[in-house]
Design a protein around this ligand. Structure first.
Ligand code: HEC
Ligand code: HEC
Ligand code: HEC
Ligand code: HEC
Ligand code: HEC
Ligand code: HEC
Length: 345
């Protein structure tokens, strides 16, 4: 009995220590993964990718600081979150219509955001510097007539900075009358991309051509509006064109000088271009007021009017809302105004 007990005791000790030993070789609680993450691959799930952007270069701060002063951040119209406004006025709506290709969002956007880093860049998608890539770089087909816009890095701008489609859309050469029901009828406030490539106007008459800018600028808007910034007033991510200098407005010429080598000559050119456009705008305005189709606050007077009158109001609003004073595409803008005037004489 005693020997049996001793054997049993020795076996029990052996088994017990085997269990304890096996327990000891089991993994303990895991330590944090290294900077390359669990899979050891740079950028996949580690922090190596993060610190390529989140470093001490101040690059992100510069863009954020400029953006914060931009009209994108401060304009305050992002509460326009209804289905037909959200594609351009909210960040989430824009990202939705990039996917669906529709002109409206499926529902109003809740918690709307204005245009921001995530609207244009794929921030925090792969968590690598590749996320500076654009949310869209596809050429844009204008809603108003299907014509195309393909100007490199500025394709991300053109989807929003295009005319809206007014109902009715005046068409030259069709004659007859049209009836306009709303005082807010027109191409809306942001037709710049269509202006730059010379399309979308009421092309009555003939002689339409484009300025050199239409073909000379590979990256369209970005070359002029996102050039070397002047503080937080113009250029870079402010995307503004002008800054105040000794009390008067100056165009930021940083993006122009590669082609316009003489800055004084360029200032004179900007000035005379603007004068020509402003003069034609004023002439067309008084003609439209005289015809009773435009009111003194630059809205159409709802009612029935001739095709050329509707087209005249359209061209007037189009060139005015473009707001470049002819710098985007002088030849096209000038012809729209001049030909509309002739059609109403
Ligand atoms: C392409 C560059 C880029 C990379 C790579 C990147 N980030 Fe960011 N991150 C940004 C930008 C830009 C913002 C500012 C966004 C904003 O204004 O909300 C930001 C903001 C943040 C914020 C502030 C909170 C927020 O969401 O606004 C945190 C936290 C953050 N990032 C963590 C990370 C981590 C962790 C990684 C890696 C796993 C990473 N980021 C990778 C560009 C990057
Ligand atoms: C998602 C739509 C959207 C995109 C993309 C977009 N914009 Fe805008 N942009 C707007 C809206 C809307 C406003 C007016 C903001 C407001 O009033 O709230 C605006 C305002 C501006 C202004 C200021 C106009 C003023 O009143 O002074 C400039 C300049 C501008 N955008 C240039 C650009 C450029 C350049 C790009 C491309 C790099 C771009 N935008 C991309 C929608 C967009
Ligand atoms: C195709 C894109 C697009 C759509 C759709 C759109 N907008 Fe806009 N809207 C713009 C852009 C771009 C601007 C800024 C133009 C600028 O500042 O030069 C703007 C400016 C405005 C402004 C400011 C005008 C001013 O003079 O400061 C208001 C208000 C506005 N939009 C209302 C609306 C409403 C309401 C809807 C829907 C019924 C709508 N928008 C749909 C692109 C759009
Ligand atoms: C309306 C669109 C738009 C918005 C909003 C926007 N960006 Fe950009 N961003 C651009 C464009 C276009 C470029 C290319 C500019 C160039 O090449 O001159 C760019 C370039 C950059 C670059 C240089 C990228 C590289 O490849 O080296 C950084 C960094 C950057 N943006 C950061 C930001 C941050 C941070 C925000 C938010 C505060 C932001 N951007 C918001 C359009 C936008
Ligand atoms: C050849 C350079 C050039 C190009 C390309 C260009 N712009 Fe402009 N833009 C200007 C100038 C110059 C003004 C007028 C500035 C002033 O005198 O107020 C202007 C004015 C504007 C304004 C009125 C508000 C402001 O900032 O003065 C908007 C909005 C605008 N441009 C948007 C765009 C968009 C969107 C594109 C691309 C589709 C574009 N621009 C392409 C030079 C350019
Ligand atoms: C890629 C070259 C290029 C860039 C960049 C450029 N321009 Fe031009 N621009 C031209 C050419 C070419 C002409 C036609 C010849 C001339 O008038 O000098 C022109 C003409 C003009 C005109 C006269 C009106 C017209 O269209 O005929 C104005 C105003 C103008 N540019 C303003 C600007 C401003 C402001 C900038 C910068 C914000 C700028 N340009 C950037 C090439 C360029």
């Amino acid at each position: 009995m005693k020997r049996f007990n001793l054997l049993a005791l020795m076996m029990a000790i052996f088994i017990g220590s085997a269990i304890i030993f096996a327990g000891c070789t089991k993994e303990g609680p895991q330590g944090p993964p290294g900077k390359d993450g669990e899979d050891g691959v740079d950028g996949e799930d580690g922090t190596a990718g993060c610190i390529e952007c989140h470093d001490d270069s101040q690059t992100i701060f510069a863009a954020e600081n400029q953006w914060a002063a931009s009209v994108h951040a401060t304009g305050g119209n992002f509460e326009r979150n209804g289905t037909d406004c959200a594609p351009c006025h909210t960040s989430q709506g824009f990202l939705e219509v990039i996917e669906t290709g529709a002109m409206e969002t499926e529902a109003p956007i809740s918690n709307p955001n204005p245009q921001n880093c995530y609207t244009c860049h794929n921030i925090h998608d792969t968590y690598t510097p590749e996320d500076w890539s654009f949310t869209t770089s596809a050429p844009v087909e204008f809603w108003i007539n299907g014509d195309g816009y393909d100007m490199g890095k500025s394709n991300v701008c053109a989807g929003c900075h295009q005319p809206r489609v007014p109902d009715p859309l005046p068409t030259p050469g069709q004659g007859g009358n049209v009836t306009i029901n709303s005082p807010y009828w027109g191409p809306h406030h942001g037709p710049q991309a269509a202006m730059l490539v010379g399309t979308g106007g009421y092309e009555v008459g003939s002689g339409y051509d484009n300025s050199a800018h239409t073909n000379a600028l590979e990256n369209g808007c970005v070359t002029c509006h996102m050039a070397e910034p002047y503080g937080t007033q113009a250029g870079g991510h402010t995307m503004g064109m002008t800054y105040a200098y000794h009390g008067h407005g100056v165009v930021n010429k940083a993006g122009c000088t590669a082609c316009h080598t003489d800055p004084d000559a360029l200032d004179a050119k900007i000035e005379s271009t603007k004068e020509d456009i402003d003069e034609k705008l004023a002439e067309l305005r008084s003609k439209l007021l005289e015809r009773g189709v435009l009111d003194s606050s630059d809205h159409v007077v709802p009612g029935e009017m001739s095709m050329d009158e509707a087209g005249g109001v359209f061209n007037y609003l189009y060139v005015m809302e473009d707001r470049s004073g002819g710098s985007h595409n002088f030849n096209y803008a000038f012809s729209l105004l001049n030909n509309s005037l002739e059609s109403l004489n």
